[in-house]
Design a protein around this ligand. Structure first.
Ligand code: COA
Ligand code: AMP
Length: 639
C-alpha cells in the first residue's frame, strides 16, 4: 500500500462517499446564485437525476461580472498571445464585461432569445471567447465547432443544433498556412437542411472574406455601433439545469453526439476542480494550450479559469514551429503562468525537436509549478522527459467530453499523491469508478475490464444528449444498468490507482483529437470503387495514434491502386477535415474476417503495432492476416 503522504485526498473522497449531497451543496457555496438551490440533487428529474434543480444563476455572471465588480476589474482576464499573427492583447475583467455585454446585445438584436442555439466556427481569437460568454449571458446555447473540421461535419451540426445564428471569422492560421473559413462555411450552409438566419463574421487581415449583403454581417462594425450606442445586455437568471452549451463529439458512427452541458452543476464542478484538482489560487495565471473547439478548451481556457478569477492565457500557436520548440516556455514565462494544461502529443512534438530540453533553459520558469496532461494516454516516457526538463510535477489526468472535468486525477490542491507512471491516479470525489467484465460483474484488482462510473454522475457531467434522451440511454446507460459506460478499458491496482488503456468502441485519439474510425469507414465506403473497408488506429510515436484505411475494390475496377489511395486520402480530408490526419490508405485483396463475417480489426491493429497477437479462433481464412502484414510492410509498417 502506498502512503498517501500529506494528501487530504482520502479524507475528502470519503467525505463525498458518506454524503454526496452535503459535499456538492458545500461546493455550490463557492458560486453566486440568484436563487440558492434548496435541493442539491433530484434523483427523479432527467434521465438519471439533476443537480441543483431549483437553483437560479448565470454562468457569465460568475465568470465575468462577479470579478469585474468584485475587485478584479483591472486584472487581466484573457491574455491573448498569437505567434501566428505576431500579436498580443490583454483584456481585463472590466473590458471583458463591456465586450461581452455589448455582444450579448448584438445577439439580441438578431433575435437570439434564451434557449436559441448559436454555432461558433472560429479560430483561437478573443472574439470567439467573447461570443461564448455572450451566449451564456443571455441564456443562448452555444455550440463551438472546431476549425479543422470540413463543411460536411459543420453541416451535420447545423442540422442537429438548428442554430439561429452562425458566428465565424474570415480565416484560421495554421503556422504559415492561412485557411479561409468563408468558403467552408458557405459550403456547409449550402449542404445543411437547417440554415441559420444570419452570419456574423470577424474579418482578419490575413484573408478577407467576401460578404453577402443582408446575410453576412461584419463583426467589427456591429461591435463599434453597439459600443458607441452604449448597448448592454443583462445576465439572465437561468435555471441551474438550463443548457449552457452543446459540444459535438465523435460517436460510434459518422454522426456526432451532441453532449449537453448545464449551467449550475458545471460552474460548481469546474470551480471546485480549479482549487482542488489543479491547486490553483484565485487570481493566478493559468494556461491551457488547446482549442475552444474541444472540451478541454471549453472547460479550461474559458470557463474554469474565469469562474476562479484567474488570468487565462489564450494561445493561438503550436508547441513547435511558432517559431520553435521553445514557444511554450516563452509563453509560460512571459505571462507568469503557474501551470500549463495540454495534450501529451504537444510534449512529444517538443521532445522530437529539442530532445535535450535546451530551449527551456532560456526562459525564467520560476513561477511555473505544474504541468497537466490529458486528452489521450500519457506515455511514461513523455511524462519522465517532461519532469526532467521542467523539474516540476507532471500530472496525467483522465476525462472525456461527456464529463467536462477530471474523472481520475492526482489532486494537487488536496496534496499530491505519489505518481505511478501509466496511471492518471485516483477517482475524484463524485466518481465511483469500477472495473467490470462484459456482463457487468466487478473484476479483481489488476484485471482489465470496462471502466464504468456508478450513477449519478457528478455535477458538470452531461445530463443527456441534445434532444435525444433515447440515444443517451442507449449509448451510455443501457449496457451496464445503473452505471455510465465510459467506453474506455483499463484496470485498478491494489492502491485504487486506475489505468486507462484504450477505447472499447471505434474511437481513436489522434494528436489528442477524438475521432471515429466508423465515420472514416463511412467516407471510404462512399468512394465509387470501394466494395468494403476497415479503418484502424495504428500507434504513432508523435500523435499517439493515426488512422490507417484498408479497402477492397469492387470487381472490375482497373484504376491504379496508387490513384485510388490518393483519392481516398483526399476524400477523408474533404468530408471529415484535415484534423482526421488520414494519410495512409491501402488497397488489399480481402479483409480478414471471422466465420460470422466480422472484420478482426483488433488483430489487424496488433499486427500494425508490432504487438504479439493470437490467431482469432473463429478466423475464416488465416492467410488473409499474412496479406495484411505484407500490405502494411509495403507502407513501411508492421516491421
Ligand atoms: N483549423 C484548420 N486545420 C487544422 C486545425 C484548425 N484549427 N487544427 C489542425 N488542423 C490541421 C493541421 O494543419 C494539419 O493539417 P495538414 O494535414 O495539412 O498538415 C491537420 O489538421 C492535422 O493536425 P494535427 O494532428 O494537429 O497535426 P499537426 O502536425 O498540425 O500538429 C501538433 C501537431 C502536435 C503540434 C498538434 O497536434 C498539437 O498541438 N496537438 C495538441 C493537441 C491538443 O491541443 N488537443 C486538444 C485536447 S487537450
Ligand atoms: P475527449 O472526449 O476528446 O476528451 O476524449 C476522451 C477520450 O480520450 C477518453 O475516453 C480516453 O479514451 C482518452 N483520454 C483522455 N485523457 C486520457 C488519459 N489521461 N489517459 C488515457 N486516455 C485518455
Amino acid at each position: 500500500m502506498l502512503t498517501p503522504n500529506a494528501s487530504r485526498y482520502p479524507e475528502v473522497y470519503a467525505r463525498w462517499q458518506r454524503d454526496p449531497e452535503g459535499f456538492w451543496g458545500e461546493a455550490a457555496e463557492a458560486i453566486s446564485w440568484f436563487k440558492k438551490p434548496k435541493t442539491v440533487f433530484d434523483p427523479k428529474a432527467g434521465v438519471y437525476g439533476r443537480w441543483f434543480p431549483d437553483g437560479v444563476m448565470n454562468t457569465c455572471y460568475n465568470a465575468v461580472d462577479r470579478h469585474a465588480e468584485g475587485g478584479r476589474g483591472e486584472q487581466i482576464a484573457f491574455a491573448y498571445d498569437s505567434p501566428v499573427t505576431q500579436s498580443k492583447r490583454n483584456i481585463t475583467y472590466k473590458e471583458l464585461q463591456r465586450e461581452v455585454s455589448a455582444f450579448g446585445a448584438i445577439l439580441r438584436d438578431f433575435g437570439v432569445e434564451q434557449g436559441d442555439r448559436v454555432i461558433i466556427y472560429m479560430p483561437m481569437i478573443p472574439e470567439a471567447l467573447v461570443a461564448m460568454l455572450a451566449c451564456a449571458r443571455i441564456g443562448a446555447v452555444h455550440s463551438v465547432v472546431f476549425g479543422g473540421f470540413a463543411p460536411k461535419e459543420l453541416a451535420t451540426r447545423l442540422n442537429d443544433a438548428k442554430p439561429k445564428l452562425l458566428l465565424t471569422a474570415s480565416c484560421g492560421i495554421e503556422v504559415q498556412r492561412v485557411i479561409p473559413y468563408k468558403p467552408l462555411l458557405d459550403a456547409a450552409i449550402e449542404m445543411a437542411e437547417s440554415k441559420p438566419e444570419a452570419v456574423i463574421l470577424f474579418q482578419r487581415p490575413q484573408a478577407k472574406a467576401e460578404m453577402k449583403k443582408g446575410w453576412d454581417w461584419d463583426w467589427a462594425t456591429l461591435r463599434e455601433q453597439a459600443l458607441a450606442a452604449n448597448k448592454t445586455s443583462e445576465c439572465v437568471p437561468l435555471k441551474a439545469t438550463d443548457p449552457l452549451y452543446i459540444l459535438y463529439t465523435s460517436g460510434t458512427t459518422g454522426i456526432p453526439k451532441g453532449v449537453v452541458r448545464d449551467n449550475g452543476g458545471h460552474a460548481v464542478a469546474l470551480k471546485w476542480s480549479m482549487e482542488n484538482m489543479y491547486g490553483i489560487k484565485e487570481g493566478e495565471v493559468w494556461w491551457t494550450s488547446s482549442d475552444i473547439g474541444w472540451v478541454v478548451g471549453h472547460s479550461y481556457i474559458v470557463y474554469a479559469p474565469l469562474l476562479h478569477g484567474c488570468t487565462s492565457v489564450v494561445y493561438e500557436g503550436k508547441p513547435v514551429g511558432t517559431p520553435d520548440a521553445g514557444a511554450f516556455w516563452r509563453v509560460a514565462s512571459e505571462h507568469g503562468a503557474v501551470a500549463l494544461f495540454t495534450a501529451p502529443t504537444a510534449f512529444r512534438a517538443i521532445k522530437k525537436e529539442d530532445p535535450e530540453g535546451k530551449f527551456v533553459k532560456q526562459y525564467d520558469m520560476s513561477k511555473f509549478r505544474t504541468l497537466f496532461l490529458a486528452g489521450e494516454r500519457a506515455d511514461p516516457d513523455t511524462i519522465k522527459w517532461s519532469e526532467k526538463i521542467l523539474g516540476v510535477p507532471v500530472i496525467d489526468h483522465w476525462w472525456q467530453t461527456e464529463t467536462a472535468w477530471t474523472i481520475v486525477g492526482n489532486p494537487m490542491g488536496l496534496g499530491q499523491l505519489p505518481v505511478k507512471y501509466g496511471s492518471p491516479t485516483v477517482p475524484m470525489p463524485g466518481y465511483d469508478v469500477q472495473i467490470v467484465d462484459d456482463g457487468g460483474k466487478p473484476v479483481e484488482d489488476s484485471k482489465m475490464g470496462n471502466i464504468v462510473v456508478k450513477l449519478p454522475l457528478p455535477p458538470g457531467c452531461f445530463p443527456t444528449l441534445w434532444q435525444n434522451d433515447g440515444k443517451f440511454k442507449e449509448s451510455y446507460l443501457a449496457e451496464f444498468p445503473g452505471y455510465y459506460k465510459t467506453a474506455d478499458a483499463g484496470y485498478k491496482d491494489a492502491d485504487g490507482y486506475v489505468y486507462v488503456l484504450g477505447r472499447t468502441d471505434d474511437i481513436i485519439n489522434v494528436a489528442g483529437h477524438r475521432l471515429s474510425t466508423g465515420g472514416m469507414e463511412e467516407v471510404l465506403s462512399s468512394h465509387a470503387d470501394v466494395a468494403e473497408c476497415a479503418v484502424i488506429g495504428v500507434a504513432d510515436q508523435m500523435k499517439g495514434e493515426v488512422p490507417v484505411g484498408f479497402v477492397v475494390l469492387k470487381a472490375g475496377v482497373n484504376k491504379s491502386h496508387d490513384t485510388i489511395e490518393k483519392e481516398l486520402i483526399a476524400l477523408v480530408r474533404e468530408k471529415i477535415g484535415p484534423v482526421a490526419a488520414f494519410k495512409c490508405a491501402m488497397v488489399i485483396a480481402r479483409l480478414p474476417k471471422t466465420r460470422s463475417g466480422k472484420i478482426v480489426r483488433g488483430t489487424m491493429k496488433k499486427i500494425a503495432d508490432k504487438e504479439p497477437w493470437n490467431m482469432p479462433a473463429t478466423i475464416d481464412d488465416p492467410t488473409v492476416l499474412d496479406e495484411i502484414k505484407t500490405a502494411l510492410q509495403g507502407k513501411g509498417m508492421a516491421g
